[in-house]
Design a protein around this ligand. Sequence first.
Ligand SMILES: [Zn+2]
Length: 308
Amino acid sequence: MPAPLPFNSPPWVNAYVIESGEGLLMIDCGTDWEPGREALMRGFAELGLDPAAVHTLVVSHLHPDHVGMASRLVREWGWRFVMHSSAARLVPEYNDTPGYYRRIERIGKAHGAPEAMIAAATSAPRPSYMPLLDPPDHTVDDGDVIDLGGGRRLEVLHTPGHDRAHICLLDNRARVFFSGDHVLPRISPVVMYDGESDVLGEYLDSLRRLVVIGIGITYPAHGTLIDHGGERARQIMLHHDRRLLDMAGLVREGRATAWEVMLRSFRPNLNAIESRLALLETISHLDHLRAVGRIREDVVEGRVFYRV
Ligand SMILES: [Zn+2]
């Protein structure tokens, strides 16, 4: 059930409904706004399904285009709300807009972003389409199974990278893989440095698992179906390899901040949101190059410079 989003990139999210022994299980639900809600209700009607028959909503990860409407739906319909166990720490973070803005300001200043960009990225009020989120009723971890009845199960894969809470679900019978944003057709999900660990390294490890398992038909959260999820994962790994090589090359030309590397790696004239995402994506690459020993970082008066 494609649900429109209040922004252009990406323009919609795919919510999935799976028939199980005792009702329906839903994966992702979109942002909390009226066109999205209408699209879901229309989707149920077109499929001849009743939203009251849903017993469980699983969200692939904690981004508003996947989880934004969850609390409204869960309260309205009494669904059981399920996400990855890191929710205990990450739901309070999701609800803390001032805390998020403080982190963006700290990272932006340390990595050379101009004051105007930082101000633009940290001044907007919390969007109405991402109201505060209630904690889940139930959490899952890597290797857990969600029993659908009749011998059919969804196997949980924890796939951190795009989000620390990200999970994918593998239908053990149909072998259909629900990838969330972990692999998408045509675009690669943003991998955002958060100051904690080598997030790109974790993302690449999560992609490698799909190649090893040999994931086939894949239902992503944005865009159309992917024939071979494992192949798509390999393409995205190559994209990051190339970008790592390019960024290492830029650092080799001379000491640089992440902001300077970002300006030379992405197209010009990014808006405030795109600049923030591009900077975090750039730092995740530079930090990965640092973590694997290919470049170094110097901190001079609170500012991070990368060099070979
Ligand atoms: Zn998404």
